[in-house]
Write a protein that binds this ligand. Sequence first.
Ligand SMILES: [Zn+2]
Ligand SMILES: [Zn+2]
Ligand SMILES: [Zn+2]
Length: 370
Amino acid sequence: MRLDVDFSAIEAIAARFRSERKFEIKSDDEMPLERIDIELVKGIEIQLSDLESVDGLLAYKGRHVILYIRDHAGGFDDAIRDPENGKRFHVADCETLEYMRSQGRFERYVVTQSTTGDFEISGTSYATGRIASGVARLKVCKNCLRKLNYDSYALARSSERNKKRDAFDLLKFFETYSTRFRQLPRGLADRQEASGYSPSWPETSRRLREAASFTCEGCTVSLRDHPELLHVHHVNGIKNDDRRSNLRVLCKDCHRKEPMHGHIFISRKEMSIITRLRTEQGVRPRDWEEALRLADLAMRPTMEVARHQQWGVPEFDVEVPSTRGRSRLDVVWKEDRRAIVYEKPSEQIPGWRIDTAGALLDELSSSLRG
Ligand SMILES: [Zn+2]
Ligand SMILES: [Zn+2]
Ligand SMILES: [Zn+2]
């Protein structure tokens, strides 16, 4: 049998893929849920040397984690009574962790993807003089929040900072940075919240999206070719209140930015599709407000500091010439030839300065410190 194959077409496709290497991210559903993903929700005891830093965030075996110290020694009772006395948990590669590393401190560190805010700690109880364990609602480390400019922490007045620290929510934190990792925190993201909907919900949702011509009521991107990325949101958070006034047709990115949205993890691949379509369809930011509204949440903290330092309004997903042909940059200041990206490209982009979001944040933040 003879096959007539037009190789030029295949080569053209291959070349296209080569220039879009950044997008060759394995989609999350192709990866099996491994034992470690399940264990991480409970917590895994590690050595500090096993902890990885991914652009300023903490990781264990490539997965996004937070870190806490289980052993509270003689401070155990105090920490149980008032978490303000407990050891802080860490969400970034902050200066406190750096110091602990340099001191070669050996404690029982636990990495986890738990989002309950309850941490199992241990220590010596005054009352009994014995080793005891219990649950404490530990507080997040302020150095971590400042390093990440999380929730605009680094730009906030000191009087607002305690409020931001107390409002810190772990589920929101993991959702914010989902695109920075090659895979979602599976033990968290796979948890389906399917209950609470009315029986007619699938049909109602389908009809609404069709009536909206598959267009997001937030950013106006059309998702006709990616209907799986178009959701219908319940404004008041009540999932069986299907009155039209309580429903909004939203792309997955606009949906996760709504206050009462529940549980939404967006992958880098999904965010790339939405961003690419917005750009192709002319949905571009005209001012800083719009740029921050359209931005990936994982890029926002860096962009906010850039805005604070009087940088111009950036663009998203811009193609530039590179040594490999063309490359795509994620958040771009064209006039200054600067950009931030999720991962540094391996190819050279002549005349440009490309940083990861975390690296630029560190650079700009150093001038914020007084
Ligand atoms: Zn910290
Ligand atoms: Zn949208
Ligand atoms: Zn919703």
